[in-house]
Write a protein that binds this ligand. Structure first.
Ligand code: 5AD
Ligand code: SF4
Length: 446
C-alpha cells in the first residue's frame, strides 16, 4: 500500500451504466491500494480501458486509444496498461489485442474483475503479462470497495447478466446468465449510501424485471422495490433497464403508489414493426407494447417514458421503419436513444443475409432523430412556468453561475440558486425550455 503513495491511475470507460459501475469498483480497488485518480493520461502510472462491445464503433475507439499510448509505454516501461470489460469476453478478442498491442500488461474479463488488485501486484513484482478471462460467471462477489463519481446519486447493480438473447445483441455472450444479488446485500449497500448523504439510487440490471429468479426466499422485482422504498432518507429510486415482455402490472402499481420511486420508466422498444420484433426475438408485438404504455400512462399519468431504438436491423423495409416512426409519435417519448444496427459476430443476426445498406440506415436514422427531437422539444415546452423538484448535482458545465440537476422524471434543469444546495432537493420554477434541457430559478433554497 505504502509503495503506491503518490501513484496515479487513469481510467476510461465506454458503454452502459453497468460498465460505469464496474469502473467505479476498479477505482475503489485502486484507491484501497493507495492509488489516486488522475484525468491526465500522460501522467498516470496505471492506465485502464474499460471496454464495451455492444456496437462496432465502440470497439474501434478502444483500438484507437490503445494504439495511441504505445509511445507512452516506450517512454515509461513501468507504465501498466490494463484492458478490461465486455470487449475482452468476446471469443478471440484477447488474442487479437495481444497480437496488435503486445505491450498491454493485463487483460481481464467481466467475471473476474475482483481479482484486479492481485494481477496488478503480480505485474509490479515482475510478471510479464497476465491474460485471465473466465468463460463463465462465478458467484456474485459482495463487499468490493466502490469509488463513486457522484456524491449525490449512485448506481446500484441488483442483477448481472441476461437470458434473453435478442438476435442483434452480444451482451448475453459477454455478461453471462442472469443472477440476482440478495435483497439484504442491496438494502445494506443503499442504507450505507444514504448514511453518506446520497439521495438517489438507480438500480441496474440488463433486465431488472426478472430480478429474483433463483433466490430463496422467493422475491420478485416489485417486492424489492417495495422494500427499498421504505429506506428512510432515500429520496429517489430509479431503475433500468426494463424489458417490455417482463414489466409487470404489479411493478407499475408499486411505482404509482411509491414514495421515493420516481415516475420515470426506460422501456426499450427497439422497433415499431411486429415483424422486426419477432426477428429480433423480443417476445412482444407492437400492440402489446402500446398496451403496456397505455397502462403506464393510466396508472402514472405524469410518467416520463424513454426508449432505445435500432434502425436498419436486417430485413427492415421502409414500411417497417414507418411503423417505428408512427409508434414514436403515438408514445410521445420524453427521450430516446437511437442506434444504427451494428453487426456483432457471434449473434444470430450477424448471419442474416438481408442486411440494410449503410445509406438507407443513415437516412432512416436521421429521420427518426428529427421526429424524436421535435417531440422532446415540444414536451419540454410544456414545463415552462411550472414548479419542479430538482436534485442538485453540481455547477452547470456550460455556465458556472448556474447549478444543474434533474427532476424526478429525469429532465435536466440548469438554474440560478444557492451553491449550498448541491446535494439537496430544491424547488425550481421553470422559466423556459432550452430544447433538451430546462432553465429555471430556485424558489427557495436557503
Ligand atoms: N446494434 C445496434 N444497437 C444495439 N443495441 C444492442 N445491440 C445492438 C446492435 N448490435 C442497443 C439496443 C439496446 C441498447 C443498450 O443498445 O437498443 O437496448
Ligand atoms: Fe441485449 Fe436483449 Fe439482453 Fe437487452 S434484453 S441485454 S438487448 S439480449
Amino acid at each position: 500500500m505504502k509503495d503506491n503513495k503518490n501513484k496515479t491511475y487513469f481510467i476510461e470507460t465506454w458503454g452502459c451504466q453497468m460498465n460505469e459501475e464496474d469502473s467505479e469498483k476498479i477505482s475503489g480497488m485502486l484507491k484501497n491500494m493507495g492509488y489516486v485518480r488522475t484525468i491526465i493520461r500522460e501522467e498516470a502510472d496505471v492506465i485502464i480501458f474499460n471496454t464495451c462491445c455492444v456496437r462496432e464503433n465502440a470497439e474501434q475507439k478502444v483500438f484507437g486509444n490503445i494504439g495511441a499510448i504505445k509511445a507512452l509505454k516506450r517512454k515509461n516501461p513501468k507504465l501498466i496498461i490494463v484492458v478490461s470489460g465486455c470487449m475482452i469476453q468476446q471469443k478471440g478478442m484477447a488474442e487479437t489485442i495481444v497480437k496488435k498491442f503486445p505491450f498491454v500488461d493485463i487483460l481481464i474479463g467481466t467475471h473476474n474483475s475482483y481479482k484486479f488488485p492481485e494481477y496488478l501486484n503480480r505485474i509490479k513484482n515482475g510478471e510479464k503479462q497476465i491474460i485471465d478471462i473466465w468463460k463463465q460467471e462465478g458467484e456474485i462477489v459482495e463487499g468490493l470497495p466502490i469509488d463513486r463519481l457522484s456524491s449525490v446519486k449512485a448506481f446500484v447493480t441488483i442483477m448481472y447478466g441476461c437470458n434473453n438473447f435478442c438476435t442483434y445483441c452480444i451482451v448475453p455472450y459477454v455478461r453471462g446468465r442472469e443472477r440476482s444479488r440478495k435483497p439484504e446485500d442491496i438494502e445494506k449497500e443503499i442504507k450505507e449510501l444514504v448514511a453518506k448523504g446520497y439521495k438517489e439510487v438507480t438500480l441496474l440490471g440488463q433486465n431488472v424485471n426478472s430480478y429474483g429468479k433463483g433466490l430463496e426466499p422467493k422475491i420478485n422485482f416489485a417486492d424489492l422495490l417495495r422494500r427499498i422504498d421504505k429506506i428512510e432518507g432515500l429520496e429517489r429510486i430509479k431503475f433500468m433497464t426494463s424489458h417490455p415482455k417482463d414489466l409487470s402490472e404489479e411493478v407499475i402499481d408499486v411505482i404509482s403508489k411509491g414514495r421515493a420511486l420516481c415516475e420515470q420508466i426506460h422501456l426499450p422498444v427497439q422497433s415499431g414493426s411486429s415483424k422486426m420484433l419477432k426477428n429480433m426475438n423480443r417476445h412482444y408485438t407492437k400492440d402489446q407494447y402500446l398496451d403496456l404504455i397505455k397502462k403506464i400512462k393510466e396508472k402514472i399519468p405524469n410518467a416520463s417514458i424513454s426508449t432505445d431504438i435500432i434502425v436498419g436491423f436486417p430485413g427492415e423495409t421502409e414500411e417497417d421503419f414507418m411503423e417505428t416512426l408512427e409508434l414514436v409519435k403515438t408514445v410521445e417519448y420524453d427521450s430516446a436513444f437511437t442506434f444504427l444496427y451494428s453487426k456483432r459476430k457471434g449473434t444470430p443476426a450477424f448471419e442474416y443475409e438481408n442486411q440494410v445498406d449503410e445509406k438507407t440506415k443513415h437516412d432512416r436514422f436521421n429521420r427518426l432523430v428529427e421526429t424524436i427531437n421535435s417531440i422532446v422539444i415540444k414536451k419540454n415546452q410544456t414545463f415552462e412556468g411550472r414548479n419542479v423538484e430538482v436534485l442538485v448535482e453540481g455547477i452547470s458545465k456550460n455556465d458556472e453561475n448556474k447549478l444543474t440537476g434533474r427532476t424526478r422524471d429525469g429532465r435536466l434543469v440548469n438554474f440560478e440558486g444557492n451553491i449550498n444546495s448541491i446535494g439537496k432537493l430544491v424547488n425550481v420554477r421553470i422559466i423556459r425550455s432550452q430544447g433538451f434541457s430546462l432553465l429555471g430559478e430556485a424558489i427557495c433554497d436557503n
